[in-house]
Design a protein around this ligand. Structure first.
Ligand SMILES: NC(=O)c1ccc[n+]([C@@H]2O[C@H](COP(=O)([O-])OP(=O)(O)OC[C@H]3O[C@@H](n4cnc5c(N)ncnc54)[C@H](OP(=O)(O)O)[C@@H]3O)[C@@H](O)[C@H]2O)c1
Length: 327
């Protein structure tokens, strides 16, 4: 069995969650971590059992023994960090939102092809068992045609203009942080819409805190999305179909639930709490693709990541959300 040496770029909150999941995989070796601050990198390495630590990201990218780098920096930095890793021919698993805009996403994907190096967005839902089951049921024809989708993601983080979620220069705002999930539901289950209308509300720091979006299709289908740092809307997606409804939801503990309610039939429900909050599925997929010599995954291919960033660009334009100098 080939083992892969993982490098973790940043010692932040998400990196810690991801590493706990990585520990579940026999093929993954926790090799090195890099943080801007040496003491924090050392502490992270000690806590999770990494062999090496670096006080700058470049050293991690240039370490000849690193096979795969997981990037969990703020959205504003994904472009530079993904380019740095790819130019050093490291396989990349990059957190969502993949970049600030689709132009940057396109350049990163081009670089992966130029370097013939693996690249994937760490987009959680498509790897989850209940999400995959939702798609399988839809494809089976049991619910009939999908007519309308309604999806939401809302929670109430404390307002802090220094936090990446409320800092425009770090790609802040609810849309790229959490709204990306319901927008992904729309793209994943319904495809690219023909028109988009969005309205946003903004904090004093200029970041959007709430956004409501309507997606329309020429064939008469519609989808609605709510994303907010002010409402406790929770996380979920309802697919209204000709013969009944499918409801996918997840709780803050990452438990995931699928309800199937077909007209005139008894409703059924399944749920599970995956190990490692479900993050090990995407890590396992990276290593499977490398075993097979591929540079992209069929579960989250480059085309999906690019279309998602294009759709987020369209939503931002409609709602007046601007990242100065990066649009
Ligand atoms: N897939 C999921 O379920 C999920 C969940 C949460 C977050 N995420 C994603 O993971 C990424 C990181 O999120 P997080 O919550 O872990 O963020 P975070 O803890 O606020 O920051 C992550 C790291 O980014 C670097 N950083 C922070 N502020 C910075 C600044 N002002 N300038 C430059 N670098 C800065 C730091 O790296 P150093 O350690 O090197 O100092 C920090 O440890 C985001 O892309 C987010 O969307 C994904």
């Amino acid at each position: 069995m080939k083992k892969y040496k993982w490098g973790i770029l940043t010692a932040g909150k998400m990196s810690a969650k991801f590493v706990k999941a990585l520990r579940l995989l026999d093929k993954a070796e926790l090799y090195a971590v890099a943080a801007r601050d040496e003491a924090r990198a050392k502490a992270f390495a000690g806590e999770y059992g990494f062999r090496k630590f670096y006080s700058d990201y470049e050293s991690l990218a240039k370490d000849p023994d690193v096979d795969i780098i997981y990037i969990a920096s703020p959205h504003s930095h994904h472009f530079d960090h993904a380019m740095l890793c790819l130019r050093n021919r490291k396989a990349v698993l990059c957190e969502k939102a993949f970049s600030l805009n689709s132009r940057e996403a396109e350049q990163i994907i081009d670089e992966a092809h130029r370097q013939k190096t693996f690249l994937m967005e760490a987009l959680w839902p498509p790897f989850q068992p209940m999400y995959r089951k939702t798609l399988a049921i839809l494809k089976s024809g049991e619910p009939g045609k999908l007519l309308h989708l309604d999806a939401r993601f809302g929670f109430q983080p404390p307002y802090d203009p220094a936090d990446r979620k409320f800092n425009i220069s770090l790609g802040g705002g609810s849309l790229l942080d959490i709204g990306i999930y319901p927008v992904n539901d729309v793209l994943y289950f319904m495809g690219m819409p023909d028109s988009v209308t969005a309205k946003a509300l903004f904090t004093e720091s200029g970041t959007e805190h709430t956004i409501n979006i309507i997606f329309e299709y020429k064939d008469g289908r519609m989808a609605t999305v709510h994303s907010s740092f002010r409402t406790m809307a929770g996380i979920g997606c309802t697919l209204y179909c000709e013969k009944g409804n499918l409801v996918f939801s997840r709780a803050r503990d990452m438990s995931q639930r699928l309800g199937v309610a077909m007209n005139g039939m008894e409703a059924r429900e399944e749920s599970l709490i995956p190990d490692g909050m479900g993050y090990h599925f995407e890590a396992a997929e990276v290593m499977k693709c490398l075993d097979e010599g591929r540079i992209e995954s069929v579960i989250v291919p480059h085309s999906h990541t690019l279309n998602l960033m294009k759709l987020l660009d369209i939503v931002r334009k409609s709602a007046g959300i601007v990242f100065p100098g990066r649009d």
